[in-house]
Write a protein that binds this ligand. Structure first.
Ligand code: GTP
Ligand code: MG
Length: 170
């Protein structure tokens, strides 16, 4: 059985990566957040899958994770478009392909919009098989925050399918 799970959050500036982590840990929305959250470890007995879970706020220096959450803001089209840009999936695919790491698309700030971003996200989901799932959430009103980290844990512990970059297929 797996010893622990390491979850990494990446995404454009200001989409709410740090806020998501602080909301999960503090169970309330922090009005002020540091640039990065310290790496936190959630003890096994308070996680749904009973596995110690580390959550890492991307600092631009290392990509070491069992699952990567690509965060965008649902009210920021550019941050959604960037999901498919070189910096994110393109770059991550190499890592993901080498290490068999699942990706999760996370649409934060759902409190700011009436409409879901799923229409924009579905083509991306279909294009990249390494995307395990997607979730819309809000660090502000704590919607789907625990679910997000549960999906991430689950993606590592119970992967649903083979992970590969479609471009590398014959
Ligand atoms: P960088 O570290 O600069 O890359 O940003 P980040 O992705 O860590 O975002 P951060 O958590 O610093 O949040 C950026 C801004 O968005 C802050 O003003 C937050 O208060 C705000 N914010 C974060 N999450 C939400 C949310 O769910 N809803 C709303 N309305 N605002 C949010
Ligand atoms: Mg931050």
């Amino acid at each position: 059985m797996r010893k622990d799970v390491r979850i990494l959050l990446v995404g454009e500036p200001k989409v709410g990566k740090t806020s998501l982590i602080m909301s999960l840990v503090g169970e309330e929305f922090p009005e002020e957040v540091p640039l990065r959250a310290e790496e936190i470890t959630i003890p096994a007995d308070v996680t749904p899958e009973r596995v110690p879970t580390h959550i890492v706020d991307y600092s631009g220096t290392q990509v070491s994770a069992n699952v990567i959450c690509i965060v965008y803001a649902v009210n920021n089209k550019k941050s959604i478009e960037k999901v498919t840009g070189d910096v994110h999936i393109g770059f991550l695919c190499v890592y993901v392909g080498m290490h068999r790491v699942p990706l999760i698309l996370v649409g934060n700030k759902s409190d700011l919009v009436e409409h879901s971003s799923m229409e924009t996200i579905l083509p991306i989901m279909n294009q990249y098989s390494e995307i395990e799932t997607c979730v819309e959430c809000s660090a502000k009103n704590l919607k789907n925050i625990s679910e997000l980290f549960y999906y991430a844990q689950k993606a590592v512990l119970h992967p649903t399918g083979p992970l590969y970059c479609p471009e590398e297929k014959e």
